[in-house]
Design a binder for this molecule. Sequence first.
Ligand SMILES: *[C@@H]1O[C@H](CO)[C@@H](O)[C@H](O)[C@H]1NC(C)=O
Ligand SMILES: *[C@@H]1O[C@H](CO)[C@@H](O)[C@H](O)[C@H]1NC(C)=O
Ligand SMILES: *[C@@H]1O[C@H](CO)[C@@H](O)[C@H](O)[C@H]1NC(C)=O
Length: 462
Amino acid sequence: MPLPCPATYLLPFLPPPLFLTAAALVLTLDAAFVEDLDDSFKDNRKDDIWLVDFYAPWCGHCKKLEPVWNEVGIEMRSSGSPVKVGKMDATSYSSIASEFGVRGYPTIKLLKGDLAYNYRGPRTKEDIIEFANRVAGPLIRPLPSQQMFEHVHKRHRVLFLYVGGESPLKEKYIEVASELIVYTYFFSASEEVLPEYVTLPELPAVVVFKDGTYFVYDEYEDGDLSSWINRERFQGYLNVDGFTLYELGDTGKLVAIAIIDDKNSSAEHTRLKSVIQEVAKDYRDHFHRNFQFGHMDGNDYINSLLMDDLTIPTVVVLNTSNQQYFLPDRRIESTEDLVQFINNILDGTVEAQGGDGFLQRIKRIIYDAKSTVMSVFKSSPLLGCFLFGLPLGVISIMCYGICTVDSFGGVEENETSKKETGDRELTDEGSEEEQEQENKEKSAEISDGEHGQKHIFDKKQD
Ligand SMILES: *[C@@H]1O[C@H](CO)[C@@H](O)[C@H](O)[C@H]1NC(C)=O
Ligand SMILES: *[C@@H]1O[C@H](CO)[C@@H](O)[C@H](O)[C@H]1NC(C)=O
Ligand SMILES: *[C@@H]1O[C@H](CO)[C@@H](O)[C@H](O)[C@H]1NC(C)=O
């Protein structure tokens, strides 16, 4: 059985400064709601639904997650959720961790029967709990009444709904839900529950409500249900941040974003935003299969992503499947300009930049290293000196050590050559003669008598 966190027993042996001990004490109280998992977890987990944080003791992001994780544990327990919360040191139980497909730290997974769902959202208490409740709950949530539909419709900006009775399409819907529940909810209802403005060409149907309207899945036009849902699970126009961009990567779409300063009320910024909004809405039929639209506030993130220096406001189109990007060669002033730019990208007349090639990766490593150093020095010069000065200091001390040791090295050589030859005698019989010769030359101090005795002794042993 998984044991409660043993950190409490270890506390007296830990020698950190007082404030850390105090913090640890507070944490251990919380940690009682998070079970520390070990080898036995593999056999014991089947009957329950588990939310597990696979961590490594040395990883910084894991340490940051820990207090959040304890709160998640408390909240799940107090809300009476059937989901058990645990954590596992993936470095101590690496075989189990790799069986669950843990590759990075921290990895958050919800384990439900044979299925394991990865959590990839923001590591906040609310988001993690929402995820756990969504994935642990029923795959398809029925909406039995009009009020229920209204209520849910208001709360979800993107809402997938199956309408109709039993059918092969419903089976497909359930199958897709079992995979994509990590991203979104799946509902079902009968036609009577829908508002009047909704007219469905046929039943059964799968519908998505979003952007103030609804779209019906069409098997012939939209391809398989799974990829349709994957494409449609975002609003047509998004406020894009780094995390959204990462999520959008799964859709394989091109992402057209206005990079603006949200606080800058000058016409250029607001105009560009509304141009993108208009194209997203008015040209949905043309572009929504291949494009996601949105804006991003500030250029810090995008600059580090593209390793470029964009002047805002501007438009960038990112290819999420190969990390290439496109920049317009002149100002985008109107929807026509933007549509033109997008069409040029599609017919290949705009040159792609970036990518995931070898040179780009080298550039990325250098860029990241540079910006890490820069940011540390910028935020705290003292820490910078310490962080980068300390290793330098250690290295120079080591160099000094090696150099000075070298000059003493000769003294010890007598010892070592003695040992070495001794070892060789034991293992390598064939070259005894040679070694004897060597020994005499190398270590005059070993007397013949000694040598002879040893020799005989060795032979006896053999
Ligand atoms: C707003 O943007 C314009 C150009 O797009 C720039 O010249 C101006 O300095 C910005 N204003 C502020 C307050 O950042
Ligand atoms: C985006 O990347 C994919 C994968 O490399 C490629 O097939 C596709 O043509 C690219 N799209 C554009 C518009 O360059
Ligand atoms: C080994 O030790 C002897 C006596 O201490 C010394 O004379 C000799 O130079 C040493 N040999 C080496 C290689 O250091």
